[in-house]
Design a protein around this ligand. Structure first.
Ligand code: ADP
Ligand code: MG
Length: 806
């Protein structure tokens, strides 16, 4: 760090310290107001909501209401839930209202803390969301905390369906009209995308976004940042290229035909590999534009084989490939990888290849939440990534002190040579804990490792619960029991996040919960999340990580000498059965350093996603704005924009070629403007070539005439406007869907190194802008076709318009 940076850093710390003091002062004011509300009757207290709402209507700023509104909630929480928020909870709530991330330890009561800002923002009407990590938590918290909002006269809804219910059964208009909504990031994201595919204003439910409070904010904004939500539609034509590419890839040799990056996150062909494949498929130039489809499939097959591992990244069950969330081993229902990769994995696993669907709409969580004018969050673990929160989301992390002092002990890591030694050493301490009936939470890095630990425990005759993600509700139930005397729980990382682990009787006396991590994850933050399971609310507890040189993080990210050391040590005969613990100096910082490098890589990956997504975000916003404008246009506006579009479509066609002969023109007319045979014949008979200006004049007149004819078919202006609106939306959506889909594919292609592009992001943005311009012409042409070639008829019985689309 340079001297200058140090000064800046010191200044920031001072500044933040200053803001914390400011929040503390406000907290004091809130506490000072409490007696006033404590004296009120229930009805008087409830009536405060109206008082606040009137003030808001009179132009008072929401922030100005924070002190009295928070005091009202503190009292309402007490009366309705029987829990009075602690000073620390009020402090955190204040920090969140100021748009910060409140870092508050697990078990300190973030759920209750959220009632304050949610109520305050709910006063301003719909558009306020509390985002939780899963549906189970959204429903649980909506039910429990919802009582307070309803009691105070706000409307509150859970935005997700309960387990097992169909998502489509949700009453979206009621959900999004509520003042406060408890939901998940994916439910909100998908609803947002669907809302922007709505055909009419009446089918739109989502109200303007106002405020979002993200529970476990690091899980949503960091861990899931790179997984885009994608709505898929009509399948594209199926190709057998998947199978052929899969076969070809198996003939290649690593480091000769292809190479992998050190972190094993990227893979690319070498020139030798390209030559071999070109020869194999008997094409002259594999990197030519003409072979791009084949090439795309080869890249996908290569990735499927060398970047994706069965039972770590995905599972194969009943002939189906399901993705796993690497951080917790949970299945990700409905999630698909980048277009085609899923199919490539299916080819690799020899299961039936599902139709490759078209991406119709897509958004990343990063961009979903950046749309909120007011964003804040809470979590037990944010400080380690404070810089990223600030840079990407303009959020500062404020650390809230614990209500009672924390007395958990965090032991240094124990490093073993092999996985086997690690597993047996882990078994020893589990056994020791079990003997004194101390509960143990043992966490693993993957589903397969948790199965392995479960088998080992079974052999040793230790009863335990194996948690591997059947459903969030079931998981929560098991995790909640993990603090009972003698309980042994084996879980994948992050399982049951958001569930409180209460300690059973006598557990304090034997040292509280023992958290045993069996692998370091790619970020310190995730490890802290695990440690945080123990020692909640001032209880004792202990955390330790047992790791080995064969752990994924070391294999993928450690410096080269570690691999050499590992190979040598593995060859060496072991003198005894005692697991070898490594504590030479060189190992002391190994894990820390390796983790830092893994962490940095993940971070830059997220920045890259954000950069990729930026141009896409701008385009999506512009399309969605256009959509909304179209929906709100009156008949005159519509006529005007349509005339402009018709001209655009004609101009684009005319500009395509330097000369047009009559046949071509006839073709164009019959496909997009008029089925009328008279015109067709007329043009076909005149065997002339048209100059640009003559053709433009002729076609522009023709389209306007045709449009007027269509107008005459439907005398009612509202009915015709309805037809116009639908035709425009349909054309815009279809043109946009093409763009979304091609950008999805483009991303896969530009990031591929064998193409030799220096700056994939620059290439992507350039191409994305270019295709957006063509998309406009495409939209105009589609609109023209629908508007002019649809057959419109009035039903004589009820006067409705019947439309037959071309
Ligand atoms: P976190 O989300 O911070 O991990 P939770 O919101 O799950 O913690 O709360 C942990 C437990 O603490 C819950 O059982 C909750 O009922 C209890 N709790 C929270 N705040 C209070 C309070 N002010 N008074 C009494 N109990 C509380
Ligand atoms: Mg919580």
């Amino acid at each position: 760090m340079s001297f200058f940076q140090q000064i800046v850093e010191a200044f920031l710390i001072k500044l933040l310290g200053g803001t914390l003091r400011k929040y503390q002062r406000i907290t004091k004011k809130i506490l000072a107001q409490l007696p006033k509300y404590q004296k009120m009757s229930d009805d008087e207290l409830k009536a405060q909501t109206d008082v606040f709402r009137q003030q808001l209507a009179a132009g008072v700023d929401l922030m100005a209401l924070m002190v009295p509104a928070y005091a009202v909630v503190v009292e309402a929480d007490t009366r309705v839930l029987g829990m009075t928020p602690y000073d620390t909870q009020i402090l955190g709530a204040v920090a969140m209202q100021y748009g910060n991330v409140a870092e508050m330890r697990t078990g300190e009561g973030k759920t209750l803390m959220a009632t304050m800002p949610m109520y305050l923002n709910g006063l301003s009407g719909p558009g306020n969301f509390l985002i939780t990590a899963n549906e189970y938590l959204a429903n649980r918290d909506a039910r429990q905390m919802g009582r307070v909002y309803s009691w105070l006269g706000l409307t509150i809804m859970a935005g997700t369906s309960e387990n097992g219910e169909d998502d489509d059964d949700r009453d979206k208009s009621a959900i999004y009209a509520a003042d406060v909504v408890y939901t998940t990031n994916s439910a909100l994201g998908f609803d947002y995308l669907i809302d922007n595919l709505a055909a009419t204003q009446a089918d739109k439910y989502i109200q303007p976004f106002h405020f979002a409070l993200l529970d476990e904010i690091d899980a949503v904004l960091l861990d899931m940042a790179q997984m885009p939500l994608i709505i898929s539609g009509a399948p594209r034509v199926q190709s057998n290229l998947y199978q052929m590419s899969d076969d070809a890839i198996q003939l290649l040799t690593e480091d000769e035909d292809f190479e992998r990056s050190e972190d094993t996150k990227k893979v690319w062909f070498t020139p030798q590999g390209i030559d071999f494949l070109a020869h194999f498929f008997a094409v002259s130039k594999l990197l030519d534009k003409t072979e791009s489809d084949l090439y795309r499939h080869l890249v996908l097959a290569l990735k499927a084989h060398y970047l994706y591992t069965r039972n770590r990244d995905y599972v194969v069950e009943d002939g189906e490939v399901s993705l796993l969330d690497v951080t917790n081993g949970r299945k990700l229902p409905g999630m698909k990888l980048e277009s085609g990769l899923h199919q490539a994995i299916e080819a690799k696993e020899h299961v039936k290849i599902t139709p490759e669907t078209r991406a119709m709409a897509s958004i990343t969580y990063q961009n979903l939440f950046r749309m909120f004018p007011h964003l804040c969050g809470m979590t037990g673990t944010a400080k380690t990534d404070a810089e990223e929160f600030r840079e990407t989301y303009n959020l500062d992390v404020v650390v809230i002190p614990t209500h009672k002092p924390m007395i958990r002990t965090d032991k240094p890591d124990k490093l073993f040579v092999t996985t086997e030694e690690k597993v047996y050493a882990s078994l020893d301490i589990v056994q020791a804990a079990h003997k004194k009936r101390q509960p143990v939470l043992l966490e693993t890095g993957s589903v397969s490792m948790s199965n392995l630990y479960s088998r080992v425990l079974l052999q040793a005759g230790i009863p335990h619960n194996l948690l591997n993600a059947r459903s969030a509700a079931k998981e929560a139930q098991i995790v909640a029991e993990a603090g009972q005397p003698g309980a042994i729980t084996v879980a994948t990382s992050m399982a049951g996040r958001g569930t409180d682990i209460r300690l059973g009787k006598g557990v304090d006396e034997v040292g509280g919960l023992l958290v045993l991590g069996t692998e370091r994850m790619n970020s310190e933050r995730v490890d802290n999340q695990l440690r945080g399971r123990a020692g909640r609310q001032g209880h004792p507890g202990k955390s330790v990580f047992y790791v080995s040189l064969e752990d994924r993080i070391l294999v993928e990210h450690a410096p080269k000498w570690v691999a050499r050391y590992r190979r040598k040590a593995a060859r060496k005969e072991k003198d005894s059965d005692t697991p070898r613990v490594l504590h030479k100096r060189r190992f002391r910082y190994l894990l820390h350093k390796t983790q830092m490098s893994a962490q940095n890589q993940e971070r830059s990956g997220r920045f890259q996603t954000l950069q990729f997504d930026e141009v896409f975000r701008v385009q999506r916003e512009s399309i969605y704005n256009t959509r909304n404008r179209i929906m709100q246009m009156d008949a005159d506006d519509l006529d005007q924009i349509i005339e402009e579009l018709l001209t655009t479509a004609v101009d684009a066609y005319v500009a395509k070629r330097s000369e047009h002969n009559a046949d071509e023109v006839a073709d164009f007319v019959i496909n997009h403007i008029d089925y009328g045979f008279a015109i067709h014949r007329l043009i076909a008979e005149r065997e002339v070539t048209y100059s640009h200006s003559a053709l433009r004049q002729y076609l522009e007149k023709l389209v306007i005439t045709q449009f007027k004819l269509q107008h005459k078919q439907v005398p009612s202006p509202t009915q015709f406007a309805y037809f116009e609106r639908l035709a425009l939306l349909k054309s815009l959506d279809n043109a946009w869907i093409e763009q979304v889909d091609s950008l999805q594919q483009l991303k896969g292609i530009v990031t591929d190194r064998s193409r030799g592009q220096r700056d994939p992001i620059y290439e992507y943005q350039k191409e994305a802008r270019r295709s957006f311009r063509t998309m406009r012409a495409d939209f105009a042409l589609r609109a023209m076709t629908l508007l002019l070639l649809s057959q419109l008829q009035i039903n004589p019985k009820d006067g409705t318009v019947e439309v037959v689309y071309p």
